[in-house]
Unconditional design. Structure first.
Length: 254
């Protein structure tokens, strides 16, 4: 149990927002832990490229290296930089649900110099739909983030709940009010899908059900499949017409 009170910055007040964001950036630069709101839950964050900081995050959560944290990012360009490849199905899903409550597991870019734990060469990526989170991410770059609670405890939807569980293991708490109201299933984390087998002809798999439903994901993928088939059909039809018409397009047009 933590007894020391860490500082919580009320981001609804401009002066506290500016001070809290500045101190959060400094803390992340030193490999220290920061708590901030996302659209789903409060997140416990550290520089994704600071292996010492990532270990501190795992220790604060009571987790081992077998439970590597996801990485929050500020936008699609960072997705392309961190993933080895981004299949078209994944692009359709992030176009529909980012920023928002969908986390995608992909093969990580092998050139990345980081240590998130036992990832098996993969990385779980998400762009959150929260102004404070996105502003911080735009200034710090990718952050390793897990829900701001002790393992086994209910995930925090307020900065105060996070502070009660994590105490002074965290350097800065950014208070953006209670979160999760953007979704019907308030209190759940993001939905996590595994897209690592798509490159080998496999299919997407839901690893964790969350605020984005399976029906919503299926609807996007069905629309993607239909649009892909529609764009391919005219090409196949033209080729078939050419093969059946020995006179060629010039004589056919007369």
């Amino acid at each position: 149990m933590f007894t020391d009170m860490a500082t919580i910055y009320n981001c609804s007040e401009q002066d506290q927002l500016l001070t809290g964001m500045r101190l959060a950036r400094v803390a992340i630069g030193r490999g220290e832990l920061v708590v901030f709101p996302t659209d789903t839950l409060y997140g416990l964050a550290v520089d994704a490229f600071n292996s010492y900081g990532v270990q501190r995050l795992l220790d604060a959560k009571g987790r081992t290296r077998q439970s590597p944290p996801p990485v929050l990012i500020p936008g699609i360009p960072t997705l392309d930089a961190l993933a080895e490849t981004v299949p078209l199905e994944v692009r359709a899903l992030v176009a529909a649900f980012w920023p928002g409550g969908l986390t995608v597991i992909l093969a990580a870019n092998p050139s990345l110099n980081w240590d998130l734990g036992e990832t098996g060469g993969t990385v779980a990526l998400r762009m959150p739909n929260n102004r404070i989170a996105l502003e911080l991410l735009s200034e710090t770059g990718p952050l390793a983030v897990s829900s701001a609670n002790l393992t086994g405890e209910i995930a925090a939807r307020t900065a105060q709940d996070a502070e009660r569980m994590l105490g002074d293991s965290v350097e800065v708490y950014l208070d953006g009010g209670e979160v999760g109201h953007d979704y019907e299933a308030a209190g759940l984390g993001s939905t996590i899908i595994d897209a690592t087998t798509l490159a080998d002809g496999g299919s997407l798999r839901i690893v964790r059900h969350g605020v984005i439903t399976e029906a919503q994901i299926d609807a996007v993928l069905e629309r993607f499949s239909a649009e892909t088939a529609a764009t391919a059909t005219p090409v196949e039809s033209v080729e078939a017409d050419h093969e059946s018409d020995p006179a060629g397009p010039a004589e056919s047009a007369q």
